[in-house]
Design a protein around this ligand. Structure first.
Ligand code: TRP
Length: 335
């Protein structure tokens, strides 16, 4: 669409320290699209304020999320890396799409239900309409593909419905996007309750391995990971803990489940957990080193933000002009 390439868009909130679930399920894959697609990766700070944020903290995390994108291999020369609030068209299209999103649809969103249960004292309208802002992020750039973790599948379906509804009323306006949800690594589970997703906001720190956790912390968390009373490293009924560790190990080493079972035949859980911890820490070490270097250079991060905002704004303007025209908004200064 733009620059003769199909568009990939994804976003990460600058809230909470990202986990290996975010890394394996989404961010690690982002760079694989850079050659073939026109990629936009956004730090979605407007989404973050649907729950209360400390301003200084939010600002700091915005820089850090951008640094982390780059530390995970995203070259700002090959990808448009930017911050959502630097491109006002997101909020503008968000409002417009609110008017093409049904109350009933938003009421069915499981993330809304979860988050309102967790933030019972702050169930604000933004938390409710969050998915139409997310749809705006995506549709603004005529996105074809959205790499996300499986927890975002419902929001993506809604985005497609909104795009189709708008197109039906006004004629072809938006590309209807596809989700790209990696099969095996999309869902990394909690180390303490392996039937629950690993969540960056989990109160139990031992349940979550964070991308920036130091090696000794990573090893300790894996050592404490909940498993079952059996002793074999293999897939099976009631072995959610071991299966989760197997998928983490597989994701970091590229080994298949069969290979992992063979490698640990006759070995105990202790050995296996140690191996998973080592593999994870080794894989994250270069990301952590690069992050430390980048996060210390705010001025550089700001030049990346500026260029990203400029490129994204230019693309967003094309869609916005089309949308305004179709809606019947008077546009001034058109030649
Ligand atoms: N909702 C996503 C999450 O919580 C973040 C997000 C916002 C996003 N806008 C997006 C992801 C657009 C993909 C595309 O993880």
């Amino acid at each position: 669409m733009f620059k003769d390439k199909k568009v990939v868009f994804s976003g990460v909130q600058p809230s909470g320290d990202l986990t290996i679930g975010n890394y394996l399920g989404a961010i690690k894959n982002f760079k694989t699209f850079s050659e073939e697609y026109y990629c936009l990766y956004c730090v979605v700070n407007e989404h973050a304020i649907t729950v209360r944020q400390n301003p200084a903290e939010l600002r700091k995390r915005t820089y850090e999320t951008l640094a982390l994108y780059m530390a995970c291999g995203l070259d700002p020369e090959k990808n448009t890396l930017f911050v959502q609030s630097h491109v006002p068209a997101h909020a503008e299209l968000g409002w417009i799409l609110d008017c093409y999103t049904m109350f009933g649809e938003l009421s069915r969103m499981t993330q809304f239900k979860d988050k309102s249960a967790k933030n019972a004292d702050n169930i604000n309208a933004g938390l409710f309409t969050y998915p139409s802002l997310m749809a705006a992020d995506i549709l603004l750039y005529q996105t074809e593909m959205v790499p996300v973790g499986v927890d975002q599948k419902q929001h993506l379906e809604l985005t497609r419905n909104i795009a189709e509804r708008f197109n039906q009323v006004y004629g072809e306006t938006f590309v209807v996007p596809e989700g790209y949800i990696p099969q095996t690594t999309a869902k990394i589970m909690s180390l303490s309750e392996p039937t629950k997703k690993m969540s960056k906001s989990d109160e139990n720190e031992n349940a979550v391995v964070r991308i920036l956790d130091p090696k000794d912390v990573i090893i300790r968390k894996f050592k404490r990971a909940v498993t079952d009373s059996g002793s074999e490293i293999r897939r099976g009924e009631g072995k959610d803990g071991i299966m989760n560790l197997m998928s983490i190990y597989g994701a970091f080493t590229g080994k298949t489940e069969e290979e992992i079972e063979r490698e640990f035949e006759g070995k105990g859980y202790g050995d296996f957990k140690m191996a998973v911890g080592e593999a994870c820490a080794d894989a994250l070490a270069p990301v952590q080193a690069e992050f430390a270097r980048l996060a210390a250079d705010k001025a550089y991060l700001e030049t990346v933000m500026e260029k990203g905002a400029e490129d994204a704004s230019r693309l967003a303007a094309r869609t916005m002009s089309k949308v305004r025209r179709k809606l019947g908004f008077v546009e001034l200064g058109r030649k």
